[in-house]
Design a protein around this ligand. Sequence first.
Ligand code: PXP
Length: 243
Amino acid sequence: MPAAPQRLFVNIDHVATIRQARRTTEPDPLEAALRCEDAGADGITAHLREDRRHIQDDDIQRLAAGIHTVLNLEMALADEMLDLAERLRPHQVTLVPERREEVTTEGGLDVRRDPDRLAAGVARLRAAGIRCSLFIDPDPEAVERSNAAGAEAIELHTGRYAHHPDDPEVLRALQRAATQGAELGLAVHAGHGLTVRNVGAVARIPEVEELNIGHSIVSRAVMVGMAEAVREMRVAMLRARDR
Ligand code: PXP
């Protein structure tokens, strides 16, 4: 039986990382999002971190209003973020853990710590008509608790797999968590650290219906787009001298 189509959501956070290096207006994450859509992305993912290190509030507003596919807003379970989600009503919110000192989202959400608070956050999002996904480690208890919290989807953290792509046990944990999630009726997503070299084994997991991929796509875009950017500048310089 052919596998069901799998959605690609492109995370454009690191377009904003480059912009924030100069606190200027380029590159614009919305323009990047529209180009991703033109290239076939099924959705756009952006993480509004509490420290606003890359994506800014204004970016989220512009993305919510300007993209043609759907927005997956990654955010921490915090009142400020829940308020913003209720106001902007993105198609989907993925709740992620957040530590200010981390370079990236290093582990899945701690779904054990305060289940009532988690369930209340999920309920607030669902009451606003927002699909709610929880970013978790591929661990049976985390899958079980995500379902108990009322989430519609789980996003399996593939960071460990990305660091150990040849360890069959690491991949098996993802496969088992995907099967468990689907059996509970959860939609199963995956992401973090995926590249064109390691995406295959995760893309082959039949239950995984959506992948969220950012850093490697933005990194590759810098490389494959660099030649054109240099050519454009050379042309602008030559034109100036021709006058
Ligand atoms: N999914 C979640 C929940 C994330 O937090 C991130 C990183 O922001 C990603 C996917 C994308 O990871 P990467 O940038 O490594 O592709």
